[in-house]
Design a protein around this ligand. Structure first.
Ligand SMILES: C[S@@+](CC[C@H](N)C(=O)[O-])C[C@H]1O[C@@H](n2cnc3c(N)ncnc32)[C@H](O)[C@@H]1O
Length: 255
């Protein structure tokens, strides 16, 4: 059943800059007004619930999660699998795909994963989970709807890998903290959690001022230090950083 409280609709913008408090307040105010106007016009609010519920997932599943073409869905999926394999993923590995969307990774794993392996995909959208259940139907492929901050799995520390691509790029820090805790609960001691982020300050110069986080559900950017601090506070550490299509991916492990 849909939990209408999961998406907090008032949470349109956030900006957190360095500098004198007055400049900071003015900066926040200016950003706030811009985001609110865009939100009012319906331009800048990404709501995955509505997005999937209103879309023809069967027809458009390859282009509903940010890919500009069907080829990109397949190509990036292949790159992801190659990266996972280079980090030790095997045909008998157990993986959780957190925020699985329409199954970019599931598409690649369907022919790759062996009978001993296990794939779990979860997402906040019941529609997309229903779609995935039908499309990627194998006895060792499981799909479930999760809440914004909770993953309803009671398997214990079971996963060799947790893959979280383009999800923390759309949520707020407190939500990410809860999901990191959930990942910590579900990952094996030597397992790897791979999560992609937007790191603030890499693109327009004015964003270099961003210290902690900035953005909305369209795009959430984190300051590098702030992000590493959050990760460390959750008892995880950054083993490495890789990238897929220029999007930084942190490779995390339990401390
Ligand atoms: C840009 S799409 C990426 C989908 C998929 N990971 C991929 O690589 O194609 C972001 C996905 O994250 C899901 N999502 C957003 N917040 C989430 C949360 N708190 N828990 C699980 N999934 C979430 C959205 O519903 C959406 O399917």
């Amino acid at each position: 059943m849909r939990d209408s409280n999961i998406y907090d609709r008032q949470r349109v913008h956030t900006c957190n800059c360095r500098g004198h408090w007055m400049k900071r307040r003015l900066g926040e105010l200016a950003f706030g007004i811009v985001w609110k106007v865009l939100a009012f016009l319906g331009i800048s609010r990404l709501d995955y619930y509505r997005h999937y519920a209103r879309s023809d997932i069967d027809q458009k599943y390859k282009t509903l999660t940010g890919c500009t073409s069907e080829e990109e869905f397949d190509q990036t999926g292949k790159l992801v699998l190659e990266q996972l394999i280079s980090l030790g993923f095997k045909q008998n590995s157990k993986i959780l795909d957190l925020g699985c969307g329409t199954g970019r990774l599931a598409t690649q794993l369907l022919p790759y994963l062996g009978e001993q392996g296990e794939y779990y995909g979860c997402d906040i959208s019941p529609e997309v989970i229903e779609f995935c259940r039908k499309r990627y139907s194998r006895s060792n492929f499981h799909f479930l709807t999760n809440q914004m901050k909770k993953i309803p799995l009671s398997l214990g520390a079971n996963f060799d890998f947790i893959w979280c691509y383009s999800v923390f790029t759309h949520i707020f820090p407190d939500e990410m903290v809860c999901l990191l805790q959930e990942c910590k609960r579900l990952i094996r001691p030597q397992g790897l959690l791979l999560a992609s982020y937007y790191i603030a300050g890499r693109e327009p110069a004015f964003l270099k001022r961003v210290k902690s986080f900035y953005g909305n559900r369209d795009r959430m950017e984190y300051g590098d230090d702030f992000l590493r601090e959050i990760i460390s506070e959750q008892g995880l550490f950054v083993l490495d950083t890789i990238s897929i299509q220029k999007q930084p991916i942190f490779v995390l492990r339990l401390r």
